[in-house]
Design a protein around this ligand. Structure first.
Ligand code: FE
Length: 131
């Protein structure tokens, strides 16, 4: 797979200030404020940075967290996991494997069939709505 590499200034040009802070600097949007936390539309959620298809709306569910939540990615090899011990917690960060964009975290308290909760920032996603 071909990776996507851009310079910081190229990312800054492509993204809003909030998107840059979240996607490229591992920020987090406040709960219940993002564009997609309550979205129920059908489609594919793509990486805001590189366009990779990351999550399908059919795996999105209401976790009550205030962030878009999915129980699995479109394919396992599209997201990378990293140990994150920031903020006095040990969590598993997830990033876009293609461009390295920060997406959010994955937790082991999701619904079946995976039991996983991918808790993702709206700012890291772009919904490609099914027409
Ligand atoms: Fe990406």
């Amino acid at each position: 797979m071909v990776g996507v590499k851009k310079s910081d200034s190229e990312w800054r040009e492509q993204l809003s200030a909030d998107e840059y802070r979240i996607c490229r600097e591992k920020g987090t949007e406040p709960a219940f404020t993002g564009k997609y936390w309550d979205t129920k539309a059908d489609g594919i959620y793509r990486c805001r940075c590189c366009g990779e298809a990351l999550f399908g709306s059919d795996t999105k569910y209401d976790s009550g967290s205030g962030w878009p939540s999915f129980y699995e990615p479109t394919a396992e090899d599209r997201v990378a996991e990293h140990r994150d011990s920031s903020h006095g917690m040990v969590r598993t960060e997830v990033t876009c494997k293609r461009c390295g964009s920060h997406l959010g975290h994955v937790f082991p308290d999701g619904p079946q069939p995976t039991g996983l909760r991918y808790c993702i920032n709206s700012a890291s996603l772009a919904l490609d709505e099914k027409s």
